[in-house]
Ligand binder design. Structure first.
Ligand code: DHB
Length: 496
């Protein structure tokens, strides 16, 4: 009893000390704590010499679990090609560098776009986000060269494990961290340079999914308890615009979608995937897609498993091929057309059949099921791990198949975690705090996930009336970012 009394007396003392200094005082941005850096950025208009203020490794919560990850860098351009610039009211690019749902730290970065990166895919299956990292680096650098403020947040990721063997970076920690970082920025309105009501998020692959989720889930109360526990700043986490490149999103439906899209394609080894599994998942996709009740843009009508191939060809694929071929010198275009006789070029427009497109793409990257494999070998199995359990199934289909128990149930915490990780959940909820401006991109040869993931994300937002700029890059693979200059222009336009 005495020990308890002493402990509670000590506790009261600590509480009194804490009261005299609000926890959020620790989250006040120090506008003088920068170093002056210079960089040369290659842009479409030639090299730009940029001088900027670099604020490094600012912890964005008062109770960090791991400050190596829960910190952010800020870059503020002050001079571009010898001309002074004032970024006080400039848009803010919030560029995450998450790949493979791995931890991402900016603590050792030496300048803008220079985050120390852990290569994704350590858990098998996924990965291949290297191209995406490079793409995001160029977004961050291009943004300072365009006169924008750049915030680069770190975030916890799935592989982090403490001395007791507890995984502390599994879902939903990465999105909670990114939201805490947004709250830090908005809390510092008037102190941090840039317009905190014009935050534009960017990310690629897993980072693209998190960027889309950040935009879709703005100010959702569902993260409140987690944010409070971290000591996140008392401010809105809504963002103005969301940019997502090849988002690896809608994970609990991604196995079905993958088989609908790439089910007939062989692996790079030449092997065919398990056809029974592929067909079951493919038919599950039809049910899921129908339940979404989405409509295609330009008056296309219902987006279903039956119409989606036609929709992708008309709305994304043929226009992507057209853009690509138009940009080629005439001799290269003739060459491409000669090598790809399944594609017709008439009146400056490309046309082809879905089945020929699938053959053209060739090998699928992942076996079946692509995201929740029976042997728990995918990065996503680790993403949905918990406590000292490194990997778990997160779909009923794979759980039941793997265990042979037809009435097995997912662990009770999983349905909520799946929602908290899925932008489609917040779109279906018509979340009023979501971003209303969107930039969505994917390469047509990206078989890391189904092309319907981008199709549904864009359609879901379009159907809510949001401003969506979505297109695909012809023949581009995972992580492509082929119109970064246009993204900079778009940021200026939508935030202006
Ligand atoms: C990434 C790629 C994947 O194929 C995946 O399943 C998850 C993440 C990535 O590159 O971030």
């Amino acid at each position: 009893a005495a020990a308890t009394a002493a402990a509670s007396a000590a506790g009261a003392g600590v509480a009194a000390a804490a009261r005299s200094r609000k926890p959020s005082d620790a989250l006040v941005f120090d506008k003088d704590a920068y170093t002056v850096l210079t960089t040369t950025v290659a842009t479409d208009d030639g090299d730009k010499a940029v001088t900027y203020h670099f604020y490094k490794a600012i912890t964005y919560v008062t109770n960090p679990v791991d400050a190596k990850y829960q910190c952010l860098n800020v870059s503020v351009p002050v001079e571009i090609d010898g001309t002074a610039v004032d970024a006080t009211r400039a848009p803010i690019l919030f560029a995450n560098s998450v790949g493979g749902y791995m931890p991402s730290s900016v603590a050792d970065a030496t300048g803008v776009g220079g985050s120390a990166m852990t290569p994704p895919g350590g858990g098998g299956g996924g990965g291949g986000g290297g191209g995406g990292q490079a793409a995001m680096v160029s977004n961050a650098k291009l943004a300072v060269a365009a006169g924008y403020v750049v915030v680069e947040p770190g975030a916890r990721g799935r592989t982090l494990v403490d001395a007791d063997g507890t995984y502390y970076g599994t879902a939903p920690t990465a999105i909670v961290d990114l939201k805490a970082a947004v709250r830090y920025v908005r809390f510092n309105k008037g102190r941090i340079p840039g317009n905190t009501d014009r935050i534009v998020s960017s990310g690629t692959s897993a980072g693209g999914a998190l960027s889309a989720l950040l935009g879709a889930s703005g100010d959702s109360p569902l993260y409140e308890a987690d944010l409070r526990e971290l000591g996140a700043a008392p401010a809105s986490d809504a963002i103005f615009a969301g940019g997502a490149w090849c988002p690896i999103a809608d994970l609990e439906h991604a196995d079905m979608a993958y088989e609908w899209n790439w089910g007939g394609n062989k692996l790079s080894s030449g092997d065919t995937v398990d056809q029974a599994v592929s067909k079951e998942l493919r038919s599950a996709f039809a049910e899921y897609q129908a339940a979404l009740k989405l409509r295609g843009k330009h008056g296309f009508g219902p987006l279903t498993a039956r119409t989606y191939d036609d929709y992708l060809v008309k709305t994304y694929l043929a226009p992507a091929a057209t853009t690509y071929l138009k940009a080629l010198p005439a001799a290269d275009r003739s060459d491409y057309l000669a090598k790809n006789p399944w594609l017709t070029w008439s009146g400056d427009r490309a046309a082809f059949a879905w089945s020929d497109f699938l053959t053209h793409v060739g090998a699928r990257k992942k076996n079946t099921p692509a995201f929740d494999p029976f042997d728990l070998s995918a990065p996503e199995n680790n993403l949905f791990g918990t406590g000292t359990t490194k990997t778990r199934h997160f779909t009923l289909y794979s759980l039941r198949h793997a265990t042979g128990n037809a009435s097995a149930r997912l662990d009770g915490d999983l349905p909520r975690k799946l929602d908290l990780m899925n932008p489609m959940f917040f779109i279906e909820q018509r979340n009023p705090g979501r971003a209303k401006h969107w930039w969505i991109r994917v390469g047509t040869k990206d078989t890391d996930t189904s092309l319907t993931v981008v199709g549904n994300l864009a359609a879901g937002l379009e159907n809510l009336g949001d401003d969506v700029d979505a297109l695909m890059y012809w023949d581009a693979g995972h992580g492509a970012n082929e119109d970064a200059a246009d993204f900079m222009t778009w940021i200026g336009r939508v935030t202006g």
